[in-house]
Design a protein around this ligand. Sequence first.
Ligand SMILES: *Cc1c(COP(=O)(O)O)cnc(C)c1O
Length: 427
Amino acid sequence: MHHFQYKEHELFCEDVSVAGLAEEWGTPLYIYSYATLAHHFRAFDAAFREYPHLTCFSVKANSNQAILRIFANEGGGADVVSGGEIYRSLKAGMNPDRIVYSGVGKTHDELDFALEVGILMFNIESTQELNVLNERARLLGTRAPVSFRINPDIDPKTHPYISTGLKKNKFGIESSASIQEYRYAKTLEYIDIIGISCHIGSQITETGPFVEALRRIKSFVHELRREGIRIKYLDIGGGLGITYDKETPPPPDEYAKAVLKEVQDEDLTLILEPGRVIVGNAGILVTKVLYTKSTSEKNFIIVDAGMNDLIRPSLYNAYQEILSVTSFSQEKYVADMVGPICESGDFFARDRLLTRPREGDYLAIMSAGAYGFVMASNYNSRPRPAEVLVDGSETHLIRQRESYEELIQGENIPPFLLSEPGTSRSS
Ligand SMILES: *Cc1c(COP(=O)(O)O)cnc(C)c1O
């Protein structure tokens, strides 16, 4: 369900014309629907209402302040993977005791920052990290609430780059070693064991892998309790998939039902870390057709967005639906839709049957709300796009387009290079 629909022949975001937004704010442009974001969060959170739980939105999926604020207002928390994400979450109004922190490579500075602000839980991924955290907590005169992230060795049947719960992946603690980790953690003076966590991957389109992982973790919780180690929080990560093309992922209530069936008799608080399922279909990237050209091999639609703006097709060979913003033309042809970046991997669609556009037409790249802007870069010295949030008939600019000045902000030419041309050392 999302609020990007045609009215007559024109694509709208809620009550606002997408073409109008593109005219007003320029392209490439990220557009998000507030109604869709709020609805997705509420539907997900409500699916777990019978059981104690905290929905921590996965900030890496979309970290714009305005978007984080929506979920903070809805009573949600944040799942973060860096100090920068903690900073953003706090600035957006997230309560620190609703922040959980995962990641294999937390630095000393990041750990200190998280300890100082007092987050809910550190999801620990190695003994080395645990030792460092214990020491940082000692130095700061505080205690660190932890869970271990267990690698349950489950195949989530998704793209290899986004599967995280297999033995060969870098994430988590091997299940066979976890009991020793907990015993060891118990001996550390500045560590409080409060939970257990796992996150097996992303864009998962069936409940099976979630249930399988959960069963392994659950039997492990029992084992820990037999040893007198009390687990309060069970963090089951994120990873629920969405429909980009023809996928049929379980809707949140079906996912919740499968999860709750496993934990209903347990005295636990669930932590959920949805990312993509909340924001993925709540955002689009609008781009303008610059040129259409045909070679003896192919037809190309060259647009003003590039892989630097939305990298999913290039990085994962991911499918993103392409819609015409105004659909007067019915003529279809097979074409590659490509960006202006100097890389052959810079494409949004290849050999796709698309409506034949004219130069100057706007195209909408659908399902761009998750892992879209957050993965944007300045490659080819391209300023990153603007982002707008639509609420009914109102539009709010939530990130202005970057300027050329911002591109070189923070760079510095050392004085020795500033002598007259022809007098530098190398000449
Ligand atoms: C990326 C990530 C998530 C969110 O994954 P989605 O597939 O976007 O739901 C949740 N938890 C952790 C630890 C992650 O790394």
